[in-house]
Design a protein. Structure first.
Length: 316
């Protein structure tokens, strides 16, 4: 896996003996401690504590035991599935945080964490749902495949097709056993992970929301930088030539670093730094980092620096 794009918001929470500790490392540490605590509790004969901690849709909905919405993630027995989930956190969670930045990753993880309990409540009409163990493994994998679909992971297979295959097999398995709650939770969770990732990429556009005049978060080389509107796909300019990319990358202007393509009829249609970055990010999402030319990489970095400087000056 060669996807190493990094956001300007990729900052650690703290350091341990000089080593940076980011959000994913914090989560992995918490779940490892919970696994040790679970093992000790079972060894001492307190295995019944799982009945109090695990998620139970009936207990939450009818008895109001809301703590189960959070505590289900902290009953982790030492087994192979737990190890596999941690592996997903280590390899894919870190790449997601590195690309989107710490702030966006925290929001994304909160959405994925809440997805399974929320979907479980939707299934209460026909079956009780019980959950326990480390969450969000499948969601993080789907999020990574959405973020970098063309990155090859195993035997030359792209992340997109591995995610589709993995989720598809789980859905088929649940369907064969008539476990419809699992179908809802697995399928719905994958859809939520996909939509949330597209949202933080700045590529989720729903015209129906425009009546509420809601702006969306925009991503600047993966970092969550603020709210802004996005040019509809039908109005975007044609792909920039290599010469224009080099010209814009070398431009010394800080505030007026836009390009005027020969096909543009009016100067008012010139692209801003944000739109140029969005276009290159779309290319990364579709074809991976390897598809970028040297000029496009230079443009992305220079535009990002100008946008960060502009954001810093605004805060002052």
């Amino acid at each position: 896996m060669t996807f190493r794009q990094q956001s300007g918001d990729y900052a650690p929470w703290f350091h341990i003996r000089g080593l940076p500790v980011h959000s994913v490392e914090v989560l992995m540490g918490v779940y490892l401690l919970s696994m040790i605590a679970t093992t000790v509790a079972i060894a001492l004969g307190y295995g019944a504590a799982s009945e109090v901690l695990r998620y139970d849709s009936v207990a939450v909905f009818q008895r109001g035991e809301l703590w189960r919405l959070f505590t289900y993630a902290f009953w982790n027995q030492p087994n192979i599935p737990f190890l596999l989930e941690l592996t997903v956190y280590f390899f894919f969670g870190r790449e997601i945080e590195r690309f989107f930045g710490r702030t966006a990753f925290v929001y994304l993880y909160a959405i994925l964490f809440a997805a399974s309990p929320a979907l479980g409540l939707l299934c209460i009409a026909f079956q009780n749902v019980a959950l326990s163990g480390i969450p969000c493994g499948t969601g993080l994998f789907v999020a990574f495949a959405t973020m970098a679909p063309a990155v090859t992971l195993f035997l030359g297979i792209s992340a997109k097709w591995l995610a589709i295959t993995f989720v598809g097999i789980r859905l088929l398995s649940a369907t064969a056993s008539h476990d419809w709650t699992q179908v809802v939770i697995e399928g719905g969770g994958a859809c939520i992970a996909f939509l949330a990732t597209r949202y933080f990429q700045g590529r989720w556009v729903i015209d129906a929301l425009s009546v509420f005049k809601r702006n969306r978060f925009q991503v600047i080389q993966g970092g969550l930088k603020g709210k802004a509107t996005r040019t509809p796909r039908s109005e975007r300019q044609p792909e920039l030539s290599e010469t224009l990319l080099q010209k814009n990358a070398q431009s010394p202007a800080l505030g007026d670093s836009t390009l005027h393509h020969p096909s543009e009829p009016h100067p008012s249609e010139q692209e801003t730094d944000q739109e140029l970055v969005d276009r290159i990010l779309e290319k990364i999402s579709a074809s991976g980092m390897a598809s970028l030319s040297t000029a496009e990489r230079s443009l992305l970095e220079s535009a990002r620096e100008r946008l960060l400087m502009r954001d810093a000056s605004t805060r002052r």
